[in-house]
Design a protein around this ligand. Structure first.
Ligand SMILES: [Zn+2]
Length: 325
């Protein structure tokens, strides 16, 4: 059972919004574009894993994507996929990377060589899952939950990726790296290895609910990361067809002056962008400015239709933007 499906993470949504709302002459634009590409590939890799995970017996296998938790309130650990049964838990790090990857045992790094000759360095994902195993065991202990045996895998989702290891790489650890196609076989192997039930049906439910309860979504200060001022963000309602800015409000619709597209709901993406980039709370004045509207009453009506929760009264009334993926 997929209890928590893969969803685009906040940083993926933020970098996507930034690319649409920052002039491409900004000195950090290329960095945003490359981070967006990496995050998007990661998300697509996770989505592609659903095919293999749906082959598993739906009863007894509980799967959660993108779990982020803390053991001390400061340091968070994040797991791409956490699968568990009554007998064991499995942590999966998903890698959707093209080209050739080389695992270097000496320097905790995985180097990616692209066809165009460029190189890129990643932290060794095997060490990453070993650290996640450690934190997850600690988390189970802290929450006074039954200690399950914890396994981990690094799954490459692109069948074209060439995987290489340095000569002295620990052979037992190399076995943690597999291709996506093999995942159901590997899970079957673990099911045979761990046959003693450690969790009762009730405890299995408890672990699932605790994992969902303590999951904390990361919401980075994206403008600070890329050194962009809020005043540099392009305002206006964006055309869903050609991404032109700004659309004009006309008779209850938004009209794109570039491509002629009409849309009734294009402002919803603008509110979402404001929430992702500027602030989770928005006042009527800020919304008017961001949507490039003159009328406070039209702005109020559009905000009301979003069904956001509101805070404060009168001039200090603000709406809490609910981010959608
Ligand atoms: Zn347009």
């Amino acid at each position: 059972m997929i209890l928590k499906p893969p969803l685009p993470g906040i940083k993926l949504l933020q970098t996507g919004a930034l690319l649409r709302r920052t002039p491409n002459i900004h000195p950090n634009w290329a960095n945003i574009e490359s981070d967006f590409g990496r995050l998007e590939a990661g998300y697509k890799g996770e989505l592609s894993l659903l095919y293999e995970l749906k082959m598993l017996p739906q009863n007894g296998h509980i799967t959660l994507f993108n779990i982020r938790m803390t053991n001390n309130g400061f340091h968070f650990f994040q797991v791409d996929v956490l699968l568990f049964t009554e007998t064991y838990a499995l942590i999966i790090e998903v890698k959707n990377i093209s080209g050739t990857v080389y695992f270097d045992d000496m320097h905790d790094q995985m180097i990616r060589y692209k066809k165009d000759g460029t190189e890129e360095c990643f932290p060794d994902p095997i060490n990453q899952v070993l650290i996640q195993e450690y934190h997850f065991r600690d988390w189970l202990k802290q929450k006074k939950l039954q200690q399950l045996p914890v396994e981990s895998l690094v799954v490459f989702t692109n069948p074209q990726t060439i995987i290489k290891f340095s000569d002295k790489y620990n052979p037992a650890l190399k076995l943690k790296v597999i291709r996506k196609r093999i995942l159901p076989l590997k899970i079957d192997e673990f099911s045979k290895k761990y046959q003693d039930a450690i969790l009762s049906a009730k405890e299995l439910k408890k672990v699932s609910s605790q994992l969902q309860k303590y999951h904390t979504e990361h919401f980075p200060d994206i403008l600070d990361i890329y050194k962009i001022k809020a005043s540099e963000i392009l305002t206006g309602v964006q055309c869903p067809n050609c991404l032109g800015l700004p659309m004009k409000r006309s008779q209850g619709y938004w009209l794109c002056q570039r491509c002629g597209c009409f849309d009734a709901k294009a402002h919803e993406t603008a509110f979402n962008d404001f929430g992702l980039l500027i602030s989770s709370l928005i006042s009527n004045g800020q919304a008017r400015n961001f949507l490039q509207l003159q009328s406070p009453s039209i702005t109020k009506r559009l905000l009301k239709k979003m069904n956001y929760k509101s805070e404060g009264r009168g001039n200090s009334l603000k709406y809490a933007i609910r981010i959608r993926g």
